[in-house]
Ligand binder design. Sequence first.
Ligand SMILES: Nc1ncnc2c1ncn2[C@@H]1O[C@H](COP(=O)(O)OP(=O)(O)OP(=O)(O)O)[C@@H](O)[C@H]1O
Length: 641
Amino acid sequence: MTANTGTSGENLMGNGGKTHEPSTPTSDTEVASGTPTELSEIFFVDNSRRKQSIKIQVKLCPEGVYLRRETEEDDHINEQLIRIDDIIGSRYGRRLKKRARGGLNSCRNPNVPGQEADSEPDSDNSAYLYIYAYLKKEKPLRRVQTLRILRFRSSNDYGVNLQTAEMWHHTIRKHKRGNGSSSPADCGKQLLILLNPKSGSGKGRELFQKQVAPLLTEAEVQYDLQITTHPQYAKEFVRTRRDLLTRYSGIVVASGDGLFYEVLNGLMERMDWRRACRELPLGIIPCGSGNGLAKSVAHHCNEPYEPKPILHATLTCMAGKSTPMDVVRVELATRDKHFVMYSFLSVGWGLIADIDIESERLRSIGAQRFTLWAIKRLIGLRSYKGRVSYLLGKGKKEPPVEAARELPAESTAAGIRSSLPLNAGEFHDLPEEEEGEAVLDGEQFADAISLDRSVYRQHADSWHSAMSRRTAYYSLGGPSMRSNRSRMSISQRIEAANAEFAERVPTGTIPPLQMPLLSSDGWICEDGDFVMVHAAYTTHLSSDVFFAPESRLDDGLIYLVIIRRGVSRHQLLNFMLNLNAGTHLPIGEDPFIKVVPCRAFRIEPSSSDGILVVDGERVEYGPIQAEVMPGLINVMTTSGQ
Ligand SMILES: Nc1ncnc2c1ncn2[C@@H]1O[C@H](COP(=O)(O)OP(=O)(O)OP(=O)(O)O)[C@@H](O)[C@H]1O
């Protein structure tokens, strides 16, 4: 719809065809900047069929834009509200040369002879305001793209008309801010967009240009697009950029879950990790193959996902709101080394992990590979011996389990740290980075630091150190260490460095992997044969696997699904078939399948052969444990907290 205002409006309202001043506030409440709170104007739309113009009152207020349409027929009045949340942005200026989506209809001022709406831009003194909105509709849940074009032509002077359009534009922005939305444009920062051109079907770049870039333009978002050139590019980028917090307002990953994992782990390696996690909201635009996080975020916000996941997720990232989300600190032990990684989706052992990884060889057939491999694995059903231990979530009762038992209250060696209440507030930032001597010291002792925090993700095909650089640097370079350094032996320095490190970086609060878990600390342990142990902390493992329906982004809980040997193939088949709808978990007690909401868990496989996955990627097989860091990061959502 194109509406025009100005002399025509005045004429109809009986002002004798005089041009009128630009829109003025209808309310006298004005903010310091001079932007009014409410604007109202009469517009007209040509109705060629009825050979008359339709009068439309347009009112802009904090709730959004009201359009009230009146025709000559008394009984024919209808109204529309474009909610401020549904408006992603507006633009003002001359008429766009290219026909804008939503249609810039030819319109003629009905009351001023000779004033052609379709005149060439050069002779057109009108200023146009383009309002871009994506209206949220229920049943079915969807977003409807809507463009409203307001044409301001009350003056013969283009500059005056432009001022009016500009005032409307700024008022829209003000109301969006007032609604809790913080656009990058408002804080003078850019959005960092990391795009993996190889993710999913390998069309990330194309999809971005076609579906994401136009929305960014509509929302006036300034962005820095970084196209990854190799694995670890994104991780290194966020880990090493000194101006990350001053230059960027948030980070959007246009890719699959794999790249999001890189970004998260890159942030966690920064000296200012805590501040970075708090101040830089993270968004995801699903261009990958699994897309569990994008679907979980859409589910959380009650936003549509299909049939246009990229469009919907981009809108979510543009909404300027964020919600805290849990991160899970995962610790692995292989070949006498400790590895730490930060996860946001899941840890898996057994059935689902096997299907996910083993079906890779059928990647060329698409998503059907999972179905085919699931059938294969159900026929040749495997189970794995081992031990699963967990700390129940606060206020959660232990579910009835056949073989669950409490760990003996062992009196353990000195130095075992008991499990503390998990609290994100316990994690601290490192002090600001210092150059020079400290870094040198760090390098000198890097190899000697006992707590190696390297992580190996086989699929990513590269080693990356999660903490070692920082460990070495901080521990020995801190002011408290420097003064006593000369009097300390190397081993004392290393010990002190580790102690300081443990305080300052996001260390775990549960006992290290090689230490026993105590029932007196609340640990519950199950030994036996397991078909599957799969832990999830978001609702969806992939866009079509609704694995943990009860999960909330920041509930501080890990949903541990345990399936014991003895489960029938029929029951397993039902489990697999119902994963899509989220109805796979037993409602009442079940001797073989159960779900445990916990804060931390440990898996200790008895054999050395099997598959473990973290966030859908294979990791080294061996003992693994994880604990939740509640609400550590903020993810972009449409409903902020
Ligand atoms: N330019 C690149 N070339 C090759 N690999 C890359 C490049 N950029 C990133 N990667 C790696 O590709 C891996 C997979 O990427 P991503 O997660 O984006 O896609 P996906 O695997 O298709 O999606 P999903 O993880 O949702 O299944 C990541 O682990 C990342 O390290």
